[in-house]
Structure formats: structure tokens, C-alpha cells
Design a protein around this ligand. Sequence first.
Ligand code: SF4
Length: 119
Amino acid sequence: MNKIGFQFHTPFIKNDPLWMPFGDKRTKVVDNLISLRKKYPHFVINGEKQLSLMKGNWGGIGTTPIQCPSWAMLSLDHMGRIKQPCCIGSADSKGLKPICEECGLGCYSVLVANGIKGN
Ligand code: SF4
């Protein structure tokens, strides 16, 4: 292993125990990751701006992407069907949706951090 990228769990249900709530603890974790990034800039691939987004809601409202440029990537499932609203979603419109306002995904937040936003 010569690089590492961090992201946070994105829940599909409220009160998912794997989700780290926004607040002091999460902010401290992110600040620690930013310190790691400064110490090992060639090892930690996340930028400081992207990591900072993880302190709060950068994605959307409820299960609807707003700031998140979900349009920027075409994500297909094993049958070639388009997954919505993003790569962790489902092609089944009745399927559970990820909660955008609690999103911790790296592959879209890196776009937001670099100025690619919204729909
Ligand atoms: S990456 Fe997916 S879950 Fe996260 S904000 Fe964007 S559309 Fe929502």
C-alpha cells in the first residue's frame, strides 16, 4: 500500500449506528485526518478542502443531492442499469436511497471541493 484515501460511512436509514454524527467528535476526527494529510502529503490522497466537507452536510437535503454533482458520474449495476442517485444507489426506484445530507463519500465530495457542484 502506498496511498490511502479516507471517507465516511453514508447511511441509508436514520440512526444507523455506523454513521458518525456531525458534531464535536466527528470534527475532531476530520481535524486529525487533516493533520495526517499535512504530515504525509504524498500518502494521504484527500485534500484538506475535501476532508473539511466531511464535518457537515455538503451533499443535499434528505435523499436528494443538491450540492453533490451526482450527474458527473454514470454508475451502472451488474445488469447495466443506471444507479440513482449515485454509485451507492440502486437502479430500483423503490430501493432504499442513501441519505445525501449525511453523506461521507469521497468520490463526489472531491468534485465539490474542486468546484464541481450541483445539478
Ligand atoms: S454521493 Fe450519493 S449519497 Fe452522497 S450526496 Fe451525492 S447522491 Fe447523495
